[in-house]
Design a protein around this ligand. Structure first.
Ligand code: PLP
Length: 334
C-alpha cells in the first residue's frame, strides 16, 4: 500500500531528479521499445494487455547504463579525472566501464568469482581494469571500498544512490509516454534501484499505478528485508537470475525505505519459472534474455500475481547471459 506521507517526505530524491537524469543521460542511452507480449493465451481475461519494456536491447545489454551514466555525469570534473570504481554482479560494472570509457575516466570494476563469464568478458572488452575477488557480492563491495580509499576513486554504487535511482527512473517516463493508461508494472528486484526509480516516476504522476517486484526464491535480499522490517543479511545461492544476487546493505539509505513505501507487492518465483520466462522469450519473441530479466514473464506464466490490472508492463531488464545457460534451458525442459 502506498503511504503518501512517506512518499512526500522523502526529500532525498524528487520526481524532478528523474527529469534531470533524462536530460543528462540522453546522449548515452537508447530509448527502448515497448512491445505487445505474445502471451494472450496465458491471460485470465480478454480485456487485458501485457507489454514488454525491452531493456534487453539497451546499450551494454541492460538498464544499468541509465543509472551509471547519471551518477558519472553528475560528478565534478576533478572526480571524473581521478576515476571511478564499483562493485557489481556484472551489468552495473559493465555500464560503469562503458560510460567511463566514453568520458575518458579511469575505471576499476570489482566483481566476485560468481559472476558468469559473458559479463566478465564484456567488462574486459571495454578496456576497464577488472578485479575478481571473493565468492559474493559483499566480498567485491568490501574490496571496492578499500580500493577507493587507496586510489582516491569515487565509488559508483549499484543501487543505493540517488543518481542511480533517478537514472533507472527514466524508464517510467518512457512507459508513461508510450502507454499513458498503464496500471501495473512488474519489475525484477534485487537491490531495488530499478524498482525505486520506476515507482517514484510512476506514482508521482499517478499514485494508483501498481508496482510489483519479482525476485528468485532463495537469497532474495529485499524481500527478506521488507519481511523483517529492516535491512537484513542474506546468504547467496546459485540462481539463473544471477543479476539479482547480493544483499541490500545493512546501512541501506534509500532503496529499502523507497521500496517499503512505494512498492505494492513483492513475489518470488522458483528457478523453473525463471527458465520458463527465458524459454518463452526465445520461442515467442526470438530474443535471448538473461534469467533476472525473465522473472516478470515467469511470474505471469506461473500466474503468481494475484491482482493484475488491464494494462500491464513487464520490465525485461537485460540480455547478458552465458551461452551454456541458454543451451541448458533449451535442452532440459525442467
Ligand atoms: C541489476 C539488475 C536487476 C535488479 O536491479 P536492482 O536495481 O538491483 O533491483 C534486474 N535485472 C538485471 C538484468 C540487472 O542487471
Amino acid at each position: 500500500m502506498l503511504k503518501l506521507q512517506n512518499f512526500h517526505n522523502n526529500a532525498d530524491i524528487r520526481p524532478s531528479d528523474i527529469w534531470q537524469a533524462r536530460a543528462r543521460i540522453q546522449p548515452f542511452v537508447t530509448r527502448t521499445p515497448l512491445i505487445s507480449c505474445n502471451c494472450s493465451s496465458e491471460l485470465p481475461s480478454d480485456d487485458m494487455s501485457i507489454y514488454l519494456k525491452l531493456e534487453n536491447l539497451q546499450t551494454t545489454g541492460s538498464f544499468k547504463i541509465r543509472g551509471a551514466t547519471n551518477a558519472i555525469m553528475a560528478l565534478s570534473s576533478a572526480e571524473r579525472k581521478t576515476g571511478v570504481t564499483t562493485f557489481s554482479t556484472g551489468n552495473h560494472g559493465l555500464a560503469v566501464a562503458h560510460v567511463a570509457k566514453q568520458v575518458g575516466s579511469r575505471a576499476i570494476i570489482c566483481i566476485s568469482n560468481e559472476v558468469p563469464s559473458a559479463k566478465v568478458e564484456a567488462i574486459r572488452r571495454t578496456g576497464a581494469e577488472l578485479r575478481v575477488v571473493g565468492k559474493s557480492q559483499d566480498d567485491a563491495e568490501e574490496y571496492c571500498y578499500r580500493l577507493s580509499k587507496q586510489e582516491g576513486l569515487t565509488v559508483i554504487k549499484p543501487f543505493d544512490d540517488p543518481y542511480v535511482i533517478a537514472g533507472q527512473g527514466t524508464i517510467a517516463l518512457e512507459i508513461m509516454e508510450d502507454l499513458p493508461h498503464v496500471d501495473t508494472v512488474i519489475v525484477p528486484l534485487s537491490g531495488g534501484g530499478l524498482i525505486s526509480g520506476i515507482a517514484l516516476g510512476l506514482k508521482s504522476s499517478n499514485p494508483s499505478i501498481r508496482v510489483i517486484g519479482v525476485s528468485m526464491e532463495h537469497g532474495a535480499a529485499m524481500y527478506e528485508s521488507i519481511k523483517a522490517g529492516t535491512p537484513t543479511e542474506i546468504t547467496e545461492y546459485p540462481t539463473y537470475a544471477d543479476s539479482l544476487r547480493g544483499g541490500i546493505g545493512l546501512n541501506n539509505r534509500y532503496t529499502f525505505s523507497l521500496v517499503q513505501s512505494l512498492v505494492d507487492d513483492i513475489i518470488r518465483i522458483p528457478e523453473s519459472g525463471i527458465k520458463d520466462g527465458m524459454r518463452f522469450m526465445i520461442k515467442q519473441h526470438h530474443m535471448i534474455i538473461e534469467g533476472a530479466s525473465a522473472t516478470g514473464i515467469g511470474a505471469i506464466l506461473s500466474r503468481e500475481i494475484k491482482k493484475l490490472g488491464r494494462k500491464v508492463v513487464i520490465i525485461v531488464s537485460g540480455s547478458n547471459v552465458d551461452d551454456k545457460y541458454v543451451q541448458e534451458i533449451m535442452t532440459n525442459p525442467l
